[in-house]
Design a protein around this ligand. Structure first.
Ligand code: UT7
Length: 357
């Protein structure tokens, strides 16, 4: 899609006085790109540290730190608040920073696996609460790849030429689906939300490329079995703990490393990127060892890898925007960012964005 650009042609009268202005337009030969123009985030105040977990399950600070790289994670303790609470806070943070009137937002996408309710899109509630009443809104469920897939959706909407402001939020209250007596999951996950605004790029920078994949045979390794149409809630599903997150950590780890590495290498090859001209790898924060393995295989120096897993753990759909929020002040126009994610489904992929501000 090419952008239709408007400009005014100033007409002067024969005596030199200013006449009327003519509105002209032309097809801009530079293809329209979608740029991220603002970032917002929210994490709850309350923390669960490794020391806290030592009192809850059979684990140690040393084991968690060495095997995952996580020291603490944020938890939304208030049982009356769901993922929408954090999504609204992240969106409001963005709106305030960007001084944006919410009436201008045309679409709101919330990537989440912990919607407020099973039916009634969390995104619709978030849009109403922030005053984005001219927007349509929907949830996107692709687990830890939700935000990455959402970036594809949001940028496609912009490039279609039909929308000019799309708000993408990743928000997960993982504590609502974690069994805090299961040491293989409770040590990893945390709660949080992040938001970005996609707009038509005013420069040459924006969403450049993506490589996105899924494989349904992976659902046996990472899931919440019950509560859907296959295993509706029943006494049996409740007693069997089938409403909590289950993962075969070892299997997921293996797939995550190989598929994220493949996806990143595909993006690097197709876009003629190299370790010199990549500014940052922006990887999903699932486990520091996964991030380190990808970094090593791709051959990137560690300074070029965004990480904050130490303080937030794995916040599922929120990891990527939380990274952008933390590194925003270090980014410059034209910086080349390569995103990567892997999650339940399985879903995974990589994306390439040139930073616009
Ligand atoms: O976000 C996308 C999806 N998720 C992921 O990408 C997560 C991928 N997986 C992982 O991050 C890791 O597999 C875990 C952190 C979940 C587990 O680490 P691991 O190194 O794969 O451990 P493991 O499951 O192979 O277990 C090794 C040992 C076992 O003991 P034995 O059988 O060798 O005696 C476990 O019982 O460590 C034990 N173990 C623990 N020990 C202390 C497992 N969890 C813990 C724990 N504390 N929390």
């Amino acid at each position: 899609m090419f952008a239709l650009k408007n400009y005014y042609l100033h007409i002067y009268n024969i005596d030199g006085s200013k006449g009327s202005d003519l509105l002209m337009n032309y097809i801009n030969p530079i293809p329209l790109k979608a740029a991220i123009t603002a970032v917002g985030a929210y994490v709850p105040e309350e923390k669960i540290t490794n020391a806290d977990l030592e009192k809850m399950v059979d684990t140690t600070d040393e084991w968690i730190l060495e095997r995952t790289g996580i020291r603490e994670r944020r938890i939304l303790k208030d049982p009356t608040k769901g993922s929408s609470f954090m999504a609204i806070k992240a969106a409001e943070n963005l709106l305030k920073k960007r001084k944006l009137d919410p009436l201008e937002i045309e679409a709101v996408i919330v990537a989440t696996i912990t919607p407020d309710m099973k039916v009634a899109a969390t995104a619709a509630y978030v849009a109403s609460e922030i005053g984005a009443i001219n927007a349509f809104a929907y949830d996107l469920q692709a687990a830890c790849s939700g935000f990455l897939f959402g970036m594809s959706n949001a940028s496609s909407m912009i490039v279609s030429g039909r929308y000019k402001k799309v708000l993408l939020i990743g928000s997960d209250k993982m504590s609502s689906i974690i069994d805090y007596s299961d040491r293989s999951t409770c040590i990893i996950f945390g709660d949080g939300a992040g938001a970005v605004l996609f707009e038509p790029s005013e420069s040459a920078y924006g969403w450049e490329d993506e490589y996105l994949r899924s494989d349904g045979s992976g659902r046996m390794f990472l899931n919440i079995k019950a509560g859907g149409s296959l295993f509706p809630a029943s006494e049996e599903t409740l007693q069997g703990g089938m409403h909590n997150l289950y993962q075969d950590g070892k299997a997921v780890f293996k797939y995550a490393v190989s598929e994220m590495t493949n996806a990143v290498e595909e993006i690097i090859d197709r876009n003629k990127l190299d370790i010199e001209n990549i500014s940052y790898l922006v990887p999903h924060q699932a486990n520091k060892r996964i991030i380190d393995a990808i970094t090593k295989r791709v051959g990137l120096p560690y300074q070029k890898v965004m990480t904050n897993i130490e303080y937030f753990g794995n916040t599922t759909a929120a990891t990527l925007p939380l990274l952008l929020k933390d590194y925003e002040s270090r980014l410059n126009p034209g910086d080349r960012l390569v995103f990567a994610a892997f999650g339940g489904g399985f879903t995974w992929g990589a994306g390439y964005l040139t930073w616009a501000y």
